[in-house]
Design a protein around this ligand. Structure first.
Ligand code: NAD
Length: 691
């Protein structure tokens, strides 16, 4: 796993574990053996550890700790990594890392154990363990502060955010960037001028000021204030950094081992790891022949409203040329302005280099003329959610584009079979359902009809990945996957409101459960009119879901649409998105309760949570039974990425399985008796073994 060679007095240790140079125990063994060989080799005066010219290493194999049985085993894994990297640092001959690509987690920990680091210009560096719910276990909490200072190290460790090569150079994480040149040559040059090993554990210049360290710890503690109690990794990271700087490097390493084991023993971390693997699975689609996917280099977006604008931005950010078409020239202007503004903001924030931003914007053009989209290989329509409008637009796309062009609809609810009616080449139609805002939200539902050929599916999946998104493949049926589960959840919130629960009580129950925002505040943000329209399509397709509470329709009739009209379920002051009690909404709610003959009753928090969560879980089993989703874990990923379902619960079905399917069944039956057939467990759930 380590290719060993010597030239010009330098021992080259090339990581060679295709495809991603994942760090496993076997690789660590080989690395130690190769270091020993270089140490004994009289021709070798310096050592370079490197990977592929475009990619150093993907870091530790997360599979190593997926099935950990005990805390002792977790401590052992951490110790094996720490000791192997310590052996690198202890080398008597100077060691330089020559790295490229995304250098993350243990890959960066390995590089930091080297005495010097050089990188290719596009390299990015991060310690993303915290996003998995763990603290780094291979010395990262100790070496990073010694290289970049406690404050910057804690920022990277606690956010998981990446820095680019220039930032890494400025921070002191990297010694040199091989601008335009050969990374290995730069590493040799660094070794030539080195005065022997520079051991990271002994570097003190960035961490010598106790007052500055203390200020960094204070800031770190402030960052922890908003972290949920289920998630202990940030606290463990801070403890390890503090121990390392206040006591010793060794004490810090021990804290790291213990913290890693403690994190691994929590359900929240195991759930996050479940999602990590589940998200990788969604991209693996059974039955898709290799090589079926085409590369899209030129796309068109039809409809430059809120979604089309975000989709166009996601496409250009993925390096794809885009023509955006809208019938309304003002919408085109507004959309292009929004994209320019958003890109400029990223530059201001230091997240995007100015020349990269210019390059991106050059990929975008706008038009109101159909012939301009003629050479697009893939066209995404994001016009109004109206079947007749969409069909007409699809007809125009077919007339304007070549026969091979793929037509993707961003419809939220309408069955693709309805949109395919009257098409000349219905097999070219697919669903690509982006979420709002499309340039930021990480999920894309790829919707295939029975007649959609594998190469069209494969191309859409590849495009979503090119955009850095997670594709989840679903079969065609109204609402697809996420809206199929989430609209019933939002409807349930209105039922609870009608029965007597207060809006803030409903919202805070779900925030306490782990959602970033409650359902009613969310629907105020998206627009109550959107819920009413969406429900029209879904209620027809799924009569057992029951009606939407009249409260929603009544609010819309009176013009209380949510944030955009200044009032919805809540009231909003101008320029302020804080939900406040609304007298108008209270009046509408009281009217509906009266007209429906309902005496409002107190609704306890546990009923709110149970009904809202089980409404989604029950529907998720229907989706499995109907074969809409490929696998249960796809539903988990889609709900976490698409709706903010808490990741520390591992997604809605993972959560249901933890509750016990027997309990879920019994609860759903009770709720069906109390509230109606929308809660009835489906056949799959009734027949599934297990409790
Ligand atoms: P929008 O009203 O903001 O934008 C629609 C745009 O389409 C407008 O600019 C309009 O001028 C243009 N348009 C309409 N008819 C056209 C035609 N015949 N030719 C060319 N352009 C035309 O709508 P939106 O919120 O961006 O939604 C677009 C689609 O995305 C809908 O299908 C919607 O269901 C779906 N969607 C929306 C969201 C969301 O949160 N808004 C999320 C996911 C999917």
């Amino acid at each position: 796993m380590i290719a060993y060679s010597v030239s010009g007095g330098v021992g080259m240790l090339g990581l060679s574990a295709p495809p991603f140079n994942m760090i496993t125990f076997a690789l660590l063994d080989d690395l130690r053996a190769a270091l020993g060989r270089a140490d004994l080799d009289p021709q070798v005066r310096g050592i370079v550890i490197t990977g592929r010219s475009d990619h150093f290493s993907a870091g530790a194999d997360v599979g190593l700790f997926r099935d950990l049985a005990s805390a002792e085993e977790a401590v052992r894994i951490s110790r094996v990594f720490q000791e192997a990297f310590q052996a690198v640092e202890d080398s008597r001959k100077p060691v330089a890392a020559a790295v490229a690509g995304r250098v993350m987690g243990s890959a960066l920990e390995l590089a930091m154990a080297c005495h010097f680091r050089v990188c290719a210009p596009g390299a990015r560096f991060s310690m993303p363990e915290v996003t998995l719910g763990i603290n780094p276990g291979a010395g990262g909490t100790q070496r990073l502060p010694r290289l970049v200072g406690a404050q910057e190290a804690l920022r990277m460790l606690l956010t998981g955010e990446a820095v680019d090569a220039q930032q890494a150079r400025a921070l002191g994480l990297i010694d040199a960037i091989s601008e335009g040149g050969d990374c290995l040559e730069s590493a040799r040059a660094v070794l030539r001028s080195a005065q022997g090993p520079r051991r990271t554990s002994q570097c003190t210049d960035k961490v010598g000021n106790a007052a500055a360290n203390e200020a960094a710890f204070r800031q770190g503690r402030e960052r922890l204030a908003g972290v949920r109690p289920e998630i202990i990794a940030p606290r463990k990271i801070l403890e390890a950094v503090e121990a390392g700087l206040k006591e010793s490097f060794k004490a810090g390493l021990r804290k790291e081992q213990e913290g890693f084991a403690e994190c691994m023993s929590t359900l929240a971390t195991r759930n996050k790891i479940h999602l990590f693997f589940a998200a990788r699975e969604t991209g693996r689609i059974p039955g898709l022949p290799a090589g079926a996917a085409a590369d899209i280099t030129k796309a068109a977006v039809i409809g430059m409203g809120s979604m089309g604008t975000g989709i166009a931005q996601a496409l250009i950010a993925g390096g794809i040329r885009v023509v955006a078409l809208d019938q309304d020239r003002a919408a085109l202007e507004r959309g292009a302005d929004r994209i320019r503004g958003s890109v400029a903001k990223r530059v201001e924030e230091g997240r995007l280099a100015p020349d990269a931003a210019e390059g991106m914007l050059r990929l975008l053009s706008t038009t109101a003329d159909w012939p301009d989209v003629a050479d697009a290989q893939l066209v995404i329509e994001a016009v109004f959610e109206d079947a007749a409008v969409k069909r007409a637009v699809i007809g125009q796309v077919e007339a304007a584009c070549g026969a091979a062009a793929i037509i993707a609809s961003n419809t939220s609810t309408i069955s693709l079979d309805v949109l395919a009616e009257g098409m000349r080449r219905p097999e070219r139609l697919i669903g690509m359902h982006f979420f709002n805002p499309a340039h930021r939200m990480p999920l894309v539902e790829i919707i295939r009809r029975a007649a959609t050929p594998a190469n069209v599916v494969a191309t859409a999946v590849r495009l979503a990945k090119t955009l850095g998104k997670t594709p989840v493949l679903v079969r065609n049926r109204e609402g697809f996957l996420v809206n199929r589960l989430f609209i019933p959840y939002l409807k349930e919130a209105f039922w609870l409101l009608e029965e007597g629960a207060d809006a803030p009580a409903i919202d805070s129950a779900m925030v306490e459960f782990g959602f970033p925002m409650g359902p009613l505040a969310l629907i105020d943000m998206a627009g109550l009119d959107v819920l009413v329209l969406t429900d029209r399509v879904l209620a027809k397709a799924f009569p057992s879901h029951g009606p939407l509470s009249k409260i929603a329709a009544r609010l819309v009739e009176r013009g209380y649409l949510g944030q955009k009209s200044g009032s919805g379920v809540y009231r909003y002051d101008k320029g302020d998105r804080t939900p406040r009690p609304s007298a108008e909404a209270a009046q509408v709610i009281a009217e509906v309760r009266r007209s429906e003959g309902r005496a409002p009753r107190p609704v306890r928090k546990d009923e709110i949570t149970r009904r809202l969560v089980l409404r989604m879980a029950g529907e998720a089993f229907h989706v499995m039974e109907e074969g809409i989703a490929e696998r249960e874990s796809d539903i988990d990923v889609a709900m976490v990425l698409g709706t903010g379902f808490p990741d520390f619960c591992g997604g809605v079905l993972n959560y249901a399985r933890h509750l016990g399917l027997g309990n879920v069944r019994a609860d759903l039956e009770r709720l069906a008796a109390q509230c109606g057939p929308r809660f009835s467990p489906c056949r799959l759930l009734r027949e599934t073994e297990g409790v």
